[in-house]
Each structure stands twice: as structure tokens, then as C-alpha cells.
Design a protein around this ligand. Structure first.
Ligand code: PLP
Ligand code: COI
Length: 346
């Protein structure tokens, strides 16, 4: 029987803790090397490395869980592999092969099995693949060397307060250019969200809702999660972006399937005007993502904006609660999900 690390699993925050192993592979002379586990959790770079100047970097986020049956699994890692491939292409980096991505996730999680929180603890092992330019560049062009790494760290909930609904605000700054750069998971977009994040926190809000940067009339997503609504007819309304600037959340796409195929709900994916939100068309709101899972939003407040979601103003509303339970039950092996969603590691 594997001895778990002696951690206070139930009280972990969403923060970094060094574990035993990370994974590293290097791209040099036009190819990825065979890759390996490493106990070195630091990176040494040239001062002229591409990442430090032109921000060639992208990353992913997924979680490993201990199921009810004691297996260690992760959730749809092939989707992260594909999205990282797309992010890398958009940033002119050599994509890490998708099958090798999944194998590397399995290898590093298995090597850190003692760090995967026990079933029922409320914690998970967060897995963060990342890729960045290590090659030297001074003119604006792609680098010729890259590193792909995966770090893992045990985490608790992203938003504190359990089922308590959060209040969010409207970001007054754009996080991404209007056309298609919000849809890649890259450090540069997140760096652009830090200023509005600090502003929101200073004013007592948990998160920012971004409106589309071209017209500021459509709902996009929040700083770290996609957003979804429930209307008065009990339908799930999922914002789409016509400018391709909402991150294609794996959690959101999974919840659409769960709602439609497992819970028999009507799901409508379409651009959503912010005026629909302020008009009171929606009774519930939730933020969904790997870190957020589904976190209930009770209110949206900004200058001249006071929105309350009546069915989930204080704690999660009934639809968000049901979606969250079904998804987390699939992830923890309580119920069977669609084929291929749960990937056994060890
Ligand atoms: N949107 C943003 C900006 C995110 O950072 C995340 C987290 O990865 C998501 C959405 C949710 O994506 P996923 O469900 O794939 O974790
Ligand atoms: C994730 O959910 O994996 C993310 O990358 C979001 C980030 C806010 C931690």
C-alpha cells in the first residue's frame, strides 16, 4: 500500500508546493528529446531566452484524482494535449506530440502518487504542463530551442468558501486582442489580466468578467474560467465568442455533454449579450474550469451594474449544484461518464 504524504489535505489552498518529480523534455536541432522525470524544480535560462522577451510560452491545467476505488485517474488529458498543440502553433512553437503529452502526464503523476490527495479529501493533484522558448533571440522571431515541462502540486479549492456564491465585477481593461488570442492558454493573456485582477480584489470582488474587446457588448469569460447561465426556463445558456476569444474550456465542453446527454437539459450555445444579464434574464450563473470546477456566482457588480442571480444568490443554485455533482462524481469514479473521459494512471 502506497504511503501518502503527511499533509492536511482538507485545508490545502490553491497554491504551489514542490513535489518529488517534474517532467522535462527539450526541443533542439529540430526535434524533441526522449524526455525524463527530474527532481530539479528550477529552470536556468539565458538572459536572451525568447520567453523573457517575446513571451513565447503556453501552458495547460488538468487534475489527477483518487477515485472511490483507489485508482489514480485524470480527466480527458487528450483534450489538454490538443489544446496545447493549438496554443503552441499559434505562438510558433513546436507542438509537443499529443500522445507523448498524455504519456508524460501519466508518468509524472504516477511518480508523484504519494502526493495525489486521497478520495473524499476535497483536494486534487493539479497538473501544469508548460512550454517556453529557451533559445536566444534578439530580433523579433521564433526561438530555436524550447523546453516542455510538467509540474504537479496538490491543491484545494480555487475559490474559498465552499458552496458560497461569489460576487464578480466587470474588467475595465481587455485581457486579449479582439480577434482570437484569448482562445490560447498562454502566459501573455494572463499577464494582461493581472492588473484588472488586482483592481477587482482591491474592490472586494472575487473575479472579473471580460466583455468582448471589439464591442464590449458580449459576455466572454472570467480571468480563470468560462461562464454559464441558467435562464428562467431552466435552460443552460453557454456563451460563444464570434471572435474566437473565449478559452475553449474542457470543463465547459464536458458540462455541455453532461447537461444534454446525462441530465436531459436543453443547452443553448450562442453569443450572449451583456444586456441579457443586466435585464435579469438569468436565474443562475456559474464559473467553470479545471481549477474552478463550477463555482457559483451570486452577483455581478460594477458602476451602474447590480445583477443578482435569484436562484443562486447566496449558495449554488439547483442546476449548478446538479451539474457540479454529476461532473465530480464522474471524475471520482462514483458514476460512469462517457467513454474515454476518465484516464486511469495507476
Ligand atoms: N478560461 C480561462 C481563462 C482559464 O484560465 C481556464 C482554466 O484553464 C478555463 C477557462 C477553463 O478551462 P478548462 O476547463 O479547460 O480548465
Ligand atoms: C485551470 O483551471 O487549470 C487554470 O489554468 C485556471 C487558473 C486560474 C488556475
Amino acid at each position: 500500500m502506497l504511503e501518502k504524504k503527511d499533509l492536511d489535505w482538507g485545508n490545502l489552498g490553491f497554491s504551489y508546493m514542490k513535489t518529488d518529480y517534474s517532467y522535462v523534455s527539450t526541443w533542439r536541432d529540430g526535434a524533441w528529446d526522449e524526455g525524463r522525470l527530474t527532481t530539479d524544480h528550477t529552470v536556468t535560462l539565458s538572459e536572451c531566452a525568447g520567453i523573457l522577451h517575446y513571451c513565447q510560452e503556453c501552458f495547460e491545467g488538468l487534475k489527477a484524482y483518487t477515485t472511490k476505488h483507489g485508482d489514480i485517474v485524470c480527466f480527458r488529458p487528450d483534450m489538454n494535449a490538443k489544446r496545447m498543440h493549438d496554443s503552441a502553433e499559434r505562438l510558433v512553437m513546436p507542438p509537443f506530440p499529443e500522445d507523448r503529452f498524455v504519456e508524460a502526464v501519466k508518468k509524472v503523476v504516477a511518480a508523484n502518487a504519494a502526493w495525489v490527495p486521497p478520495f473524499g479529501s476535497g483536494a486534487t493533484l493539479y497538473v501544469r504542463p508548460l512550454m517556453f522558448a529557451t533559445g536566444e533571440v534578439i530580433g523579433v522571431k521564433p526561438a530555436d530551442e524550447y523546453q516542455f515541462r510538467i509540474l504537479v502540486t496538490p491543491v484545494g479549492p480555487y475559490f474559498k468558501g465552499g458552496d458560497k456564491a461569489i460576487t464578480i465585477t466587470i474588467a475595465q481593461y481587455d485581457r486579449a486582442a479582439p480577434h482570437g488570442t484569448g482562445n490560447i492558454k498562454a502566459g501573455l493573456n494572463y499577464a494582461m489580466s493581472l492588473y484588472p485582477y488586482e483592481e477587482a480584489h482591491k474592490n472586494g470582488y472575487s473575479e472579473n468578467l471580460y466583455l468582448d474587446s471589439a464591442t464590449r457588448t458580449y459576455v466572454e469569460e472570467t480571468g480563470g474560467a468560462n461562464v454559464m447561465f441558467v435562464n428562467k426556463n431552466g435552460e443552460l445558456i453557454v456563451p460563444q465568442s464570434h471572435t474566437n476569444s473565449i478559452l475553449p474550456s474542457i470543463t465547459r465542453r464536458s458540462l455541455v455533454t453532461v447537461a444534454r446527454d446525462m441530465l436531459g437539459m436543453t443547452v443553448i450555445e450562442r453569443p450572449v449579450k451583456f444586456s441579457e444579464v443586466t435585464n435579469g434574464d438569468f436565474v443562475e450563473c456559474g464559473l467553470c474550469g479545471t481549477a474552478a470546477v463550477i463555482s457559483p456566482v451570486g452577483h455581478i457588480e460594477a458602476e451602474g451594474v447590480h445583477v443578482t442571480f435569484p436562484d443562486g444568490a447566496e449558495t449554488s443554485g439547483p442546476v449548478m449544484k446538479k451539474l457540479r455533482k454529476t461532473l465530480t462524481d464522474i471524475q471520482s469514479g462514483e458514476i460512469e461518464g462517457p467513454e474515454g473521459w476518465v484516464c486511469k494512471i495507476c
